[in-house]
Design a protein around this ligand. Structure first.
Ligand SMILES: [Zn+2]
Length: 163
């Protein structure tokens, strides 16, 4: 396990992703946070990717692809948007207050105009607008041509957020 400086991940991106101060990116083979705790239970045999808002930590299983890394960093970005728009820390780990921000509200409008929540992505166990937006942001940063092809309205919105 090791802590990765965010700057290393940031170089992968074509766009600009506003992130919370003090963000950590941490690789864990079994889903642990840097302090050794397991917020989602475990240890997990296959690890897990998640953003843990209370300590501003992206936790990645080993050997994750750039889309997965960008997806989790986008959740950190959603944290930053909550801080900037609402002027306070998120009140829960699911970052649901992002729906109250300008970015969240405009994303819901655009996603609904383009088939609805998670309509352009393969379904997951948690197909929310928050996850839809994280996929949108990840594709915008890593594979913008693909995003423009499958979801032109989402692409246009991400282009406003992340250029
Ligand atoms: Zn996610």
């Amino acid at each position: 396990m090791k802590l990765l400086p965010l700057v290393a991940a940031a170089f992968l991106f074509a766009g600009c992703l506003a992130l919370p101060d003090g963000l950590n990116v941490y690789t864990s083979p079994d889903g642990a946070l840097p302090d050794g705790t397991y917020p989602y239970g475990a240890p997990l045999a296959t690890g897990r990717n998640y953003y843990w808002a209370p300590t501003r930590t992206v936790v990645l299983a080993p050997n994750q692809g750039v889309l997965t890394r960008a997806h989790e960093l986008f959740h950190a970005h959603q944290h930053r948007v909550i801080l900037d728009d609402l002027g306070r820390e998120p009140s829960n780990i699911n970052l649901e207050e992002w729906y109250l921000t300008q970015e969240g509200r405009s994303f819901i409008v655009v996603a609904n105009a383009e088939g609805g929540e998670f309509a352009v992505w393969q379904r997951t166990t948690n197909p929310t607008y928050l996850e839809d937006a994280a996929n949108t942001g990840a594709y915008y940063l890593i594979d913008p041509g693909r995003l423009k092809e499958i979801a032109p309205l989402r692409f246009a919105l991400a282009d406003q957020w992340l250029r």
